[in-house]
Design a protein around this ligand. Sequence first.
Ligand SMILES: O=C(O)CCC(=O)C(=O)O
Length: 290
Amino acid sequence: MPAASTARKGHPIRLIDIDADDIADNGHVIDSVYRAELTGVIVRGALTGKRRETAVRRLTSDALGDRWGAPNAGMKGGEIRTIGDAATPTFTYLRGPSPEVYAASAARHADNTRAIFEEADPRAPTAAIARLLGGLFGGRPAGPPRFSDDLDWAPYNYRALDPGEQIYTHHDNHYGLAVYEKMPADLDRSGLLSWFVTLQAPDAGGELVIYSLWGSDPNPPMLPTRFLDTAALERDWDKAVVDLRDGDLIVFDAGRHVHRVTPVEGQRPRLTLGGFLTPAADRSRLAFWS
Ligand SMILES: O=C(O)CCC(=O)C(=O)O
């Protein structure tokens, strides 16, 4: 069923809202988002039960101490914590992590995932994500692409936004970063989608806001700091505020649509795991990575 359909300034925002049990009936969704016919899909209850609870217990314990990184340390209000690097610009690496830095992080992914999900087979949580994303791609194969002869891209990273922190307004079309030299050539770079699972929703705030502005639009509203002017977006552009609860997955067109996560309120950190995805140019498979 349609969750939002609006048109003011900018491009239409069309999100659909489905139950995890209905994925098989929605195998067209990723193709539709890629073609910009849809902006995204919310899948309710995608990662639930003991698996989600264990990840939350571990991510909120002291046990993971030095696995956590602070890629935006010093960026007031935007100090996300992560386990595992992402192929995005950060305050630490303005042009994204180098291939060497990314490879070192991706090589630790399996061990981190074992420590967070405490499952005998550390590949099982990633296989579950592959089934969800592949299901939205008509059941075609889905997985992280090769990074080098003996390493895959990390399938996702883990993110915590503590009370008061936010993700500032941005889009994710980052194929220009050096790390993408390692992306297999058969993958389609004409678009890029984001996806993430909410492991723990915050008490309040921490909402994903998707704007009708595309990163490729001419003359986007900018602040003198070269950040996008969120106040102007709130005033003049259309938006969808997405209500994501524990266990929900969202896949959306983050390569085109400018978006942000509002400041987390209350006591609980907002915990997510996620990354990006794109299909092969021949649509035979889906690649997802952090
Ligand atoms: O909330 C998250 O984990 C990431 C939100 C975001 O900016 C994205 O998915 O591109």
